[in-house]
Design a protein around this ligand. Structure first.
Ligand SMILES: [Zn+2]
Length: 189
């Protein structure tokens, strides 16, 4: 099974806007105001473009996204929470889901707890491992981009989850139990 993960493919596209917000000068604010009128169309086009590229990634059968429904308010900055709560973010998920499914692929969701604090190499969890976009493990010294480290954790957690579910199913079958309470999304190819 091949699995791809991503946290937020639009980050690069909204970078300009964020830069303008940070600048906060009068001209930057004016430009930002002008942009927001076109924002919906811009985001829709961007979402179509990004989700199409992602869905068409060769050799990828499952896209694992962070399931952010329960912890949206806990672990991100204000700007990130706003983005995650936005219609554009959900549109991105919807576009990716239907484009992927049209190609016989699948989108799955994974609990994202500790994915940003956990080192993908040694699995050490510490809040201070992450500082903004930089990840630096206080245990093994591993350094990388924080989003890349988190995305790898989401992927690995999902693979581990699927594997444990399969073991459970095999054990139940061996013990002759009815296949109840199973995640119908899980495939056992
Ligand atoms: Zn480490």
């Amino acid at each position: 099974m091949s699995v791809a993960t991503y946290s937020n493919p639009n980050i690069c596209k909204i970078h300009n806007r964020r830069k303008l917000q940070q600048k906060g000068t009068r001209s930057a604010k004016r430009r930002l105001k002008a942009m927001s009128g076109r924002e919906k169309r811009f985001m829709k086009d961007t979402n179509h473009c990004v989700s199409k590229k992602l869905a068409n990634q060769p050799g990828v059968a499952v896209f694992v996204l962070e399931d952010l429904s329960s912890i949206r308010t806990q672990r991100r900055g204000k700007k990130m929470n706003k983005w995650l709560g936005s219609w554009a973010f959900y549109q991105q998920e919807q576009f990716l889901t239907y484009k992927a499914e049209a190609l016989g692929k699948r989108v799955a969701h994974q609990d994202p707890r500790y994915t940003s604090q956990k080192c993908n190499i040694c699995k050490h969890i510490r809040r201070t491992n992450r500082h903004k976009s930089k990840f630096h493990c206080k245990n093994c010294g591993h350094r990388t981009h924080a989003d890349l480290n988190a995305a790898k954790n989401v992927r690995d957690d999902y693979v581990r989850f699927v594997h444990s579910k399969r073991v459970e199913i095999l054990r139940d079958e061996w013990q002759g139990k009815e296949p109840d309470n199973r995640d119908s999304n899980l495939t056992t190819e």
